[in-house]
Design a binder for this molecule. Sequence first.
Ligand SMILES: C[S@@+](CC[C@H](N)C(=O)[O-])C[C@H]1O[C@@H](n2cnc3c(N)ncnc32)[C@H](O)[C@@H]1O
Length: 179
Amino acid sequence: MAHERFGCQVDGVTISRYQVGFATEQAARRGVGDSVRFHFQNMLDTGFETGAFGGIWTNETTMYVDLFDLFAEFSRLLEYGGRYVCITGCSNDVTGGRSKAVSRIDDHYNCNIHPRSAYFRALAKFDLIPLQVLDLTRSTIPYWELRARSELATGIEQAFLQAYREGSFHYLLISADRV
Ligand SMILES: C[S@@+](CC[C@H](N)C(=O)[O-])C[C@H]1O[C@@H](n2cnc3c(N)ncnc32)[C@H](O)[C@@H]1O
């Protein structure tokens, strides 16, 4: 979709072989396989050329890795003025870090949800300067309400609803520029 809208080259990275296969097939089916490629790769150490990218985005992925390692790599990959966009769930420093509901989400997905502050510390350390922060928490709640009543429910829905409603968890979009 990014390629179709902006005409850009796209390299997608994941540590799931299944996702690489599925996404590669989708790109071929849409006739964009020359411009849109997927790689079975660790995003902390991609091997791509330094400064080769105008933009990077991650979606619900940063809670699986160390943010300092990750943003060091993204800072290396982005050209000067390049943009990084992150969509993520993060815990609320104001309510004192990890709540019971956030811990349940960590256990369920085997991840390590970072506090909000950790994002801005790690971005600043690697010359990624925030431009916009959108709090999408309220907009994501209807998804979890719907999912809780659907056959797709996995049992973690109430933890998300509790965490979002009590304010111990945010769903944020952060955009930052590489300087
Ligand atoms: C919760 S899923 C989100 C998937 C997708 N972004 C989405 O929005 O549907 C987390 C993804 O992070 C990927 N992931 C976790 N650690 C990674 C790493 N070190 N390098 C690359 N991908 C990683 C997994 O392969 C998985 O696809």
